[in-house]
Design a protein around this ligand. Structure first.
Ligand code: ADP
Ligand code: MG
Length: 698
């Protein structure tokens, strides 16, 4: 590879390394395992492990780890050195096939939602042969799934792999029924756009709320926000450009095709997007990307904030999940082709997806939600909390044309969208089939669906598990209806019938208007579309009988695993709010009330010193500050009392909802007084970095 990309993939033990370093039969055995046509025997595993160890040592690694994705949403690793005492007490390096394939982290502290009682705390990690090992910070990382002693999945990767298999089986059936003969698998592909904030590290360190909760729990808006839109796509600040350069370098070494980078809408907000890849590795790579963003920021004296809403009043950060399905011969099942109206396979897959989304809107809503994302979804910036699908007028017209059974009508419409040539001298301007609608949570963008609800800090595993599963279910239904029809012509006619029925039953989910408007909220209600307000409420879908049946029938989760996840989500939510409450109370007591009191003294001293000649301003300040101190004090005491009461109830549905509907607004109330104070605070007494410091210093 030519400079500056000569190090691309140098830290990945991928296909190329395998081919070069493994004896042919071993390589072939590995390939067969990857395509699920074989299993690894002991000897093959030993041989791969040996080659991997040699490669890792040559590249400076001293340790290895089974890298896994527990239900915390983060990644976990426990390092073991390659070196150990040999038979003569001489140091030797050791890494066997067993070390590669299976690990047993003493992982009793990971959330398991009751799947694992502490007396049988064992959990096992198993190598995921489909994602390559890599070196990070001198450690050979082996991507693994994490399961309990009884085989229940304790992580996000195992169900993801199962959902990929379910989707592949279903899509392959439908594709072959529709006329292909030799498609053997269909894989989901994913491209994740990652948004984040960067601030100077010194400010980050001075704000306990940022360090402990990921967001500022108070802070008055700076005099300038994002109203001028002067940051978006603007020239990247030098310090940030240097940071991005380093991030790219690290990602490229890991074989991640970091591609696009730009300033985002909010001040100090940026975005990074890689080239899309197979869903499993795309999710892994996104976890790695978040890790590298954080660590590289630290090296540059910056802090990378991945939290969904670090600052009030300006945009938060999300993650766009671009998702499509490709056959093993590389054709994209969502590609409309030259004549979408006649492309039965395309229409079938689009309709299958529409039904999947409409039938499982609640599950999709849950999959993209978190405590942090509650500050975005439905809050006038991110997609609304109501799920709808945007197809673009062109595709929508084709579907309605088909539905109205006026094929000629839909064909005529193929002339739209109108041709235009914005720049003279360009004879060829490639044409998109879809216009842009930034307010839609699920948008068709040419040959893929963009699921835009994800929070920036979360693992993309669950949203993809859900997309894969609901699509698999919808396609299985179609396959059932098509199976047994003798002639291809009849199969295709039947497929169009199925599409018409789907459009009839599910057109309510299609929406092209402004998803942020209040009219849409009303219209959605009229259409019977669910509008779940909070994350804690959204997780109740995991008890829904139809949802449980779908996910268990597909073999993605067991009933027990789903119940465990609901419990873990609720527990995490309640704990997260607890951390926020305690942090807010502590800052109020240590930083805010003392500063207010010092300011009060400052003004009352000045007022007293001036005697009769004191300007009205001083008295006004004294009054204002006295009131603010009172109000802040009262509101924070009340918050503590109410929180303690709700928290004492433990992890219950009721407690979860009370945290959202009672405790969060009480935190907002405390915040409102602090923000009012911040506007008049004197810099001598109020020491915390302000929004202006944090957002306008790069
Ligand atoms: P946007 O205009 O939404 O900012 P882009 O069009 O640049 O985004 O693409 C965003 C992401 O979509 C990239 O990561 C890109 O690789 C990915 N992408 C492109 N085509 C596909 C596809 N067929 N399947 C999945 N992801 C895709
Ligand atoms: Mg996008």
């Amino acid at each position: 590879m030519e400079a500056p990309f000569e190090e691309f993939g140098s830290l990945v033990f991928g296909e190329k390394q395998m081919q070069e370093r493994l004896p042919k039969p071993v390589y072939t055995a590995w390939k067969k395992t990857v395509s699920s046509e074989g299993t690894l025997d002991r000897q093959t595993a030993d041989s791969i492990a040996h080659a991997m160890k040699r490669w890792a040592l040559e590249n400076g690694a001293t340790h290895y780890t089974h890298w896994f994705q527990p239900l915390t949403g983060a990644t976990a690793e426990k390092h073991d050195a390659f070196v150990e005492p040999g038979p003569d007490h001489e140091p030797i390096t050791h890494f066997s096939g067993k070390n590669l394939i299976k690990g047993e982290p003493d992982a009793s502290s990971f959330p398991s939602g009751g799947l694992r009682a502490t007396f049988e705390a064992r959990g096992y990690t198993y190598w995921d042969v489909t994602s390559p090992a890599f070196i990070k910070d001198g450690v050979l990382c082996i991507p693994t799934v994490f399961v309990s002693y009884n085989g229940e999945s304790l992580d996000k990767k195992d169900p993801l792999l199962k959902s990929i298999k379910a989707l592949s089986d279903a899509a392959t059936k439908v594709v072959n029924l529709l006329g292909e003969k030799d498609v053997r698998s269909c894989k989901p592909y994913v491209g994740l756009e990652q948004e984040y904030f960067l601030i100077d590290r010194k400010y980050f360190e001075e704000r306990p709320d940022l360090r402990l909760t990921g967001r500022t729990l108070f802070g008055a808006p700076a005099s300038k926000g994002q109203e001028l839109s002067d940051h978006y796509f603007g020239s990247i600040p030098t310090r940030v450009a240097e940071f991005m350069k380093d991030v790219n370098k690290e990602l490229w070494k890991l074989g991640i095709y970091a591609k696009t980078e730009h300033n985002e809408v909010a001040p100090s907000q940026f975005e990074l997007a890689p080239v899309f890849s197979e869903a499993n590795t795309a999710v892994d790579d996104n976890q790695l990307t978040m890790d590298i963003l954080r660590k590289t920021a630290e090296k540059h004296g910056l802090a990378c904030l991945l939290y969904e809403k670090p600052f009030d009043g300006i945009n938060g950060s999300g993650k766009h999940n671009n998702w499509s399905i490709l056959t093993d011969n590389g054709s994209n099942l969502f590609a409309p082709g030259e004549k979408p109206a006649e492309n039965i396979r395309f229409l079938t897959f689009i309709c299958a997806f529409i039904r999947a989304v409409d039938d499982n809107a609640l599950l999709l809503r849950m999959s993209a939600s978190s405590a942090g994302n509650d500050h975005r979804l439905g809050a006038n910036e991110a997609p609304p909390a109501i799920i709808s699908v945007y197809l673009g007028s062109y595709i929508e017209q084709i579907l309605y044309g088909l539905y109205m059974e006026h094929p000629s009508q839909s064909k005529n419409r193929e002339a739209t969208p109108t041709e235009f040539n914005p720049i003279s001298g360009l004879s060829y301007i490639p044409h998109d089939n879809t216009d842009r609608n930034r307010t839609s949570p699920v948008a068709f963008t040419g040959n893929k669906f963009e699921f835009r609800m994800l929070g920036s800090s979360m693992s993309a595993a669950v949203p993809n598990i859900v997309l894969n599963s609901i699509m698999a279910e919808s396609l299985n239904e179609i396959a059932e209806e098509l199976e047994g029809i003798k002639y291809l012509q009849d199969v295709r006619a039947k497929a169009l019938d199925i599409c018409r029925n789907i459009i009839h039953d599910h057109k309510r989910i299609l929406f092209s208007g402004d998803g942020y408007s209040s009219e849409w909220v009303k219209e959605a209600k009229r259409r019977g579309l669910p509008n779940v307000r909070s994350f804690v409420e959204s997780i109740e879908v995991l008890e829904d009988k139809k949802t449980v049946k779908m996910l268990t029938d597909l073999g993605v989760y067991t009933e027990k695993e789903l119940a465990a996840r609901e419990e873990i989500y609720r527990e995490q939510y309640i704990k997260q709010i607890g951390i926020e409450v305690r942090t807010l109370l502590s800052m109020t007591r240590k930083d805010i009330l003392p500063a207010m009191t010092a300011d009060l003294k400052f003004y009352s001293d000045a007022d007293a010193a001036a005697g009769k000649a004191a300007p009205a301003y001083l008295k006004a300040r004294v009054t204002e500050l006295s009131e603010l101190i009172d109000e802040t004090y009262k509101a924070s005491e009340m918050l503590e009392k109410d929180f303690t009461e709700v928290n004492a109830a433990g992890i219950t549905k009721e407690a979860g909802k009370k945290m959202y509907y009672d405790i969060c607004p009480e935190m907002e109330k405390v915040r409102s007084f602090i923000d009012k104070y911040e506007v008049i605070a004197t810099p001598d007494n109020y020491k915390l970095p302000t929004y202006e410091d944090m957002l306008f210093s790069l």
